[in-house]
Structure formats: C-alpha cells, structure tokens
Ligand binder design. Sequence first.
Ligand SMILES: Cc1cc2nc3c(=O)[nH]c(=O)nc-3n(C[C@H](O)[C@H](O)[C@H](O)COP(=O)(O)O)c2cc1C
Length: 173
Amino acid sequence: MASKIEISSGDASKTFPAFPVVLVAMGEGEKNVFTVGLVQLFSFNPLILGIGVHPSRHSYKMLHNLADFSVNIPGKELVEQVLYCGTKSGKDTDKFKETGLTAVPGKKIRSPVISECLVNFECKKSKALEMGDRTWFFGEVVHVEAVEGYTRDKGMLYWGGEFRMPGEIFRRR
Ligand SMILES: Cc1cc2nc3c(=O)[nH]c(=O)nc-3n(C[C@H](O)[C@H](O)[C@H](O)COP(=O)(O)O)c2cc1C
C-alpha cells in the first residue's frame, strides 16, 4: 500500500470523485431555479431526495416558505445554464428568462419542472434539517418523468470545479 499524507479539513471534501449535479426549481408566483451538487437519495420506499442548501441562497428562503420543489437532471448540453443558475441569484435575476430554460407546471406539485432536463422529480417537502453550514431540505417524490431512452450515464457530474460525464462500466454486480 502506498504511504498516506494528511489532508487538511479544507481539502478533504475535494477528495470525493464527483457528485451528480441537478437544477432545483421552485415557486408559484415568483419562480426560481438554482444549481445543486449536494443531492442525495435518503430513502427508496418512499423515495425521498435531500438537497443541501446554504443559508445565503435566495432559494433557501423560498424553500423554507414553500411546500414543494422539483429536482431536475440536466444533460451535458445544459452546462452553461447550470453554471449560470449556480452563479447568479434569483434575488435580482429571472434565471428562466436569462437562460431560456422553460418552467413547465408540475403534474403533482405547484412548483415548476424544467422542460429541457432529462429527468424531473416532483417533490413534496417533508422536512428541513440544519446540519453544519447547510440545511438539508428533504422531499418525498410524488411524480417522476424522464425523456424516452434516458440512461443514467447521460446525467452530468460535478465536483472541485470540474464538470464531467460518468465513465466506463468496468464490472457489473
Ligand atoms: C456546480 C455547482 C454546484 C452547486 N451546488 C450547490 C449546493 O449543493 N448547495 C448550495 O446551496 N449551493 C450550490 N451552488 C451554488 C448556488 O447554486 C448559487 O449560489 C446560486 O447562485 C444560488 O442561487 P439563488 O440565490 O437564486 O438561490 C452550486 C453552484 C454550482 C455552480
């Protein structure tokens, strides 16, 4: 085994290979969309997703006041929109207008889903949990749609300033 070196707590999180990156959309009158790398499955039955949100985000305030949100998986062709939604705040920008992303009504929630994304999860907010410097908003998935022919290798990954696509399958379980 190669010898190990200590990694500072500031760099430790950067050792993870990558995480899926999603666009989270919300709102009824005022709508917003922002980019989230901290997304995780917390339960399979019922299906519950969690998103880790920093209190400085405009979306943080909105999510506290709303009953639902959507989690949308973008393909690589949406990388510029993903960057835009992850760097501009909905506090002073209409990100749907500026990116051309289309907010379409959810089938089972009041918040919109994003038409251009490959998969749309409609989530009813079930809980908010403060954890360190983030709050995790959990959502029970009440409806899901995916484009025909979708496979999970089409979803984008992100970490440490790098966007990438999933790599080779080298073994099956
Ligand atoms: C690739 C990427 C991933 C991000 N992941 C998160 C995240 O998991 N949680 C978070 O709070 N902000 C995350 N951000 C930052 C927000 O998307 C960004 O601050 C955004 O402008 C907030 O928009 P809002 O003020 O309209 O809510 C990420 C940004 C990028 C570019």
